[in-house]
Design a protein. Structure first.
Length: 196
């Protein structure tokens, strides 16, 4: 058993449940590049009718305070992502605090047989351009701490890891506890890219 597995085993003796997420952020650039013509608004009917389990699951996350986008491959939906903000986000997720002008990418999926083609990075980059064009200034996403393919996609798309959030529940308590490890320079304020 390696050291991380041993530590996890020890933690599970006193912790009944835990979650650990990396928080990523992308700030609005001073100028936007040309919009990608391949990116389309999410078509909930096409996604629901997809042969892909993941795309079917992500077919309708729409509503007030939601923006969905999809990419197609060979004429079929291949990737989808959903952004939430405002009351929709606060009422249903509210994992990370969003200020006015912030939005969170809440779901991202790539069709099983379309993986490995760079579509995750492409939809993250292209949808960010569309979201910024709508007037949002900061985008956030959470990624499971050890899901390397996901966090690498965000990093390749230019997002910065700004925090690690760990929530846990002691075996003897029903109350969830939470610890946030924020990178001090990363969240100085809207439009700030200053580093120490």
């Amino acid at each position: 058993m390696d050291a991380s597995a041993a530590l996890r085993h020890l933690l599970l003796l006193v912790v009944s449940d835990y979650a650990a997420y990396r928080i990523y952020m992308l700030e609005r650039p001073t100028s936007l590049s040309a919009d990608s013509g391949e990116l389309k608004p999410a078509d909930t009917h096409a996604l629901a009718g997809s042969q892909s389990t993941i795309l079917t699951k992500l077919s309708d996350w729409s509503g007030p305070g939601a923006h969905g986008f999809m990419l197609c491959d060979d004429g079929q939906p291949a990737a989808v992502c959903w952004y939430w903000y405002g009351e929709q986000y606060r009422a249903k997720r509210n994992f990370w605090p969003l200020a006015q002008g912030d939005v969170k990418l809440i779901e991202l999926g790539v069709r099983e047989n379309a993986r490995g083609k760079g579509l995750a990075v492409k939809i993250v980059v292209d949808s960010a351009e569309r979201i910024f064009a709508l007037g949002f200034r900061r985008l956030f996403a959470r990624v499971w701490h050890s899901h390397a393919a996901s966090y690498r996609a965000f990093e390749r798309a230019g997002w910065r890891n700004v925090a690690l959030v760990v929530s846990y529940r002691w075996r003897w308590s029903a109350k969830e506890s939470r610890v946030e490890f924020r990178q001090k320079w990363a969240l100085r304020g809207p439009g700030s890219t200053a580093q120490p």
